[in-house]
Design a protein around this ligand. Structure first.
Ligand SMILES: Cc1cc2nc3c(=O)[nH]c(=O)nc-3n(C[C@H](O)[C@H](O)[C@H](O)COP(=O)(O)O)c2cc1C
Ligand SMILES: CCCCCCC(=O)C(=O)O
Length: 360
């Protein structure tokens, strides 16, 4: 360890993980066109650097919803970190905590919220939720998160069900016994471990548990039952961003779920500008999907995002070296972002704006 670039992290994780787990982590839905589009959109964007600016003291720190963050890069919610490493989310939280990086914990985390919070050692944590048919379980989790010191909830709205993901259908991906969504009642999670040849247990499980009938009007029900700020994840249009703000969202996460839901969905970076314009500064705009380099963070900040989240690479770091692997990955991205800021004439994150970006 110590000298890996992002491709090195990916290759090292590929070598360590079983084929079906690798397919679940890496895969997208359908033809994987939304997955590819995320990277293509970021690659198309080019930076217009400015020179003879004093960059002798470059500082990538920021704050979102009143939380001081070491960098404008957080960790996206991902289910079952123990698929990548036995310590799972506790190892991820240890690395995030040591570097002051925001960690968004999935409702389908494989370690308890309380153990994750202890490992994060006071560093910021958000909890992601899906809207389950069993509403009481959602509220109970929100209460536990508040008690454990989590500072916000993130409701994912792009998944009335988990999409058909060909890699998982082909492998018959099934969540292994011994790795579970330990924060949910076992009566709600047993199905994740039921194997069917040629079918994904995750997709079947989501059809059983997720409530596909919720609408914007239901948000008030959840907001009345928690004191935590609620962000909405999976927003891809100005119209839905407007609705989110109108329904009291404390933030929006622009995301096509890493290309894992609607296969023909717009890329996150392509959707971002219209959403930033629609929100008009009324709440923070977070974005994820295809962020692989510090310069990608600079690009989405230039388009108006307040914070970028990174998904799969964190699991690559985790697979490669547990907490140390995630720490190394986060440090690589922090160093790349700082260098990109120095080389483009942006000493502070608040200096980054749309004049720094062109569509190539
Ligand atoms: C293995 C895996 C599990 C995921 N689990 C969740 C989840 O539980 N909840 C959620 O809202 N998004 C989930 N996501 C989507 C991520 O939060 C995020 O939107 C996406 O991974 C970002 O794209 P990137 O992986 O290209 O960085 C998952 C993604 C992956 C790769
Ligand atoms: C019913 C289990 C759902 C876990 C979904 C995790 C996820 O969002 C993903 O993209 O995979």
């Amino acid at each position: 360890m110590g000298s890996l670039d992002i491709a090195g992290f990916e290759a090292a994780a590929r070598a360590r993980l079983a084929d079906d787990v690798w397919g679940y982590i890496q895969g997208g839905s359908g033809s994987e066109s939304a997955l590819r589009a995320n990277r293509e959109a970021l690659e198309r964007l080019r930076v217009r650097p400015r020179f003879l600016v004093d960059v002798s003291a470059c500082d990538p720190s920021t704050s979102v919803l009143g939380l001081p963050l070491a960098t404008p890069l957080g960790i996206a919610p991902m289910a079952y970190h123990r698929l990548a490493h036995p310590e799972g989310e506790v190892a991820t939280a240890e690395a995030a905590g040591a570097s002051g990086t925001l960690l968004t914990v999935s409702m389908f985390a494989s370690r308890t919220l309380e153990d994750i919070a202890a490992a994060a050692a006071g560093s910021p944590l958000w909890l992601q939720l899906y809207w389950l048919r069993e509403r009481a379980a959602v509220v109970e989790l929100a209460d536990r998160a508040a008690a454990a010191g989590f500072s916000a909830l993130v409701l994912t709205v792009d998944a009335p069900k988990v999409a058909r993901r060909p890699r998982d259908s082909r492998s018959g991906f099934t969540v292994p016994e011994g790795i579970g969504a330990v924060n949910l009642p076992s009566s709600l999670t047993a199905s994740a471990h039921r194997h069917s040849e040629g079918a994904s247990s995750i997709e079947r499980h989501s059809r059983e548990q997720f409530d596909p009938g919720i609408t914007w009007a239901d948000l008030a029900w959840l907001r009345e039952r928690t004191s935590l700020p609620l962000l909405i994840k999976g927003i891809l249009t100005a119209e839905d961003a407007e609705l989110a703000v109108a329904h009291g969202a404390s933030g929006v996460v622009v995301s096509n779920h890493g290309g894992r839901q609607l296969d023909c969905a717009v890329a996150s970076a392509d959707a971002l500008p219209e959403i930033v314009d629609a929100v008009g500064g009324r709440c923070p705009v977070v974005v994820d999907g295809g962020i692989r380099h510090g310069s990608d963070v600079l690009k989405v900040l230039a388009l108006g995002a307040d914070l970028a989240l990174i998904g799969r690479p964190v699991l690559w770091g985790l697979a490669q070296g547990g907490a140390a692997g995630v720490a190394e990955l986060l440090e690589l991205l922090r160093a790349e972002l700082t260098e990109a800021m120095v080389l483009s004439g942006c000493p502070l994150t608040s200096d980054i704006n749309r004049s720094f970006i062109t569509a190539g």
